[in-house]
Design a protein around this ligand. Sequence first.
Ligand SMILES: NC(=O)c1ccc[n+]([C@@H]2O[C@H](COP(=O)([O-])OP(=O)(O)OC[C@H]3O[C@@H](n4cnc5c(N)ncnc54)[C@H](O)[C@@H]3O)[C@@H](O)[C@H]2O)c1
Ligand SMILES: O=C(O)C[C@H](O)C(=O)O
Length: 334
Amino acid sequence: MVKAVVLGAAGGIGQPLSLLLKCNPLITELSLYDIVNTPGVAADLSHIATPAKVAGFLPPDEGLTKALAGAQLVIIPAGVPRKPGMSRDDLFKINAGIVEGLATGIATTAPKAFVLVISNPVNSTVPIVAEVFKKHNVFDPKRIFGVTTLDVVRASTFVADIIGDLSKAPDVVVPVVGGHSGVTIVPLLSQSSHPLPSGFSGEKLDALVNRIQFGGDEVVKAKDGAGSATLSMAYAGAEFAIKVINAMKGQKGIIAPSFVHLTADPAGGEALKKEIGADLEYFSAPVELGPDGVIKINPLGNITDAEKKLVEAAVPDLTKNIQTGIAFTKKSNL
Ligand SMILES: NC(=O)c1ccc[n+]([C@@H]2O[C@H](COP(=O)([O-])OP(=O)(O)OC[C@H]3O[C@@H](n4cnc5c(N)ncnc54)[C@H](O)[C@@H]3O)[C@@H](O)[C@H]2O)c1
Ligand SMILES: O=C(O)C[C@H](O)C(=O)O
């Protein structure tokens, strides 16, 4: 029995993500929470002939508490998306408070649930969730994840496209590490499961790195004021959620990059900090998942000098973003 909860379920990501979760037979209960429209979304999804029992909740009558009761997995896509000209950090003012409120609900009602944070800026919202859990004495770094899977999905697609065979996209594995915004997104293309064509270097390689780092902007620009990535994010969010559920159910050897607190695996975290050359509290690294969450934080391994420079360049923004999230929660009275 697996109960999954989507917080922000009526939104651009929330609806297709809830659809993909409803289509997964491993999920037996699916609770949808939002400040608007969840009864309708839930009624609609509940007619799909798959096992999950779907229910929608709104804030009145303790809807958040009811939605979260007994949850094993909570996914948070609640919050405002970017418009052209905005950075993800510009969303902090609004989304920090939203995520803090929802994290407080999880910490008090479902403290053992795996928490998957999609709301931007992920580099700051994940520390907010962690700090809220610390305040409630329920912090377990193995169970809190920043969802950076969309960067991995984009890297796979763009590499398959360059190889000239999009049918390979689902099999292309490129670790993307660091964080989830601009230069903090560090694709390790030298470790791609499918090598780039020979001669694909210099400006071409730089352009590919840039496209992966700024793929989000590409969508924001194309949507022209109507928001940011929703459908590809729903795909990526469901993919990561299913990995977490499969690991929870005992499947071994599941590895996926995610933005985690580096004490989730103290030895692995310390080794990673040495590789990065900075004392960061959080980093998106390939983590091995098990029934209780993170089992192991894997090292970056062999990377090129150019990739080392990308990692170095990510550190200042990551440090600042993480501190912003921590400071916000420390100052708050929630
Ligand atoms: N991690 C990633 O890779 C990634 C990718 C894409 C988008 N995002 C982020 O995901 C977030 C959501 O994007 P979207 O396009 O779905 O936005 P959206 O505006 O379409 O949907 C957001 C939903 O959140 C709901 N909401 C607002 N406050 C809430 C609260 N207190 N409790 C519950 N629900 C609440 C809204 O009612 C809305 O339905 C944004 O912050 C966006 O930047 C992250
Ligand atoms: O770009 C955004 O604001 C949304 C998301 O983080 C993305 O990478 O698509």
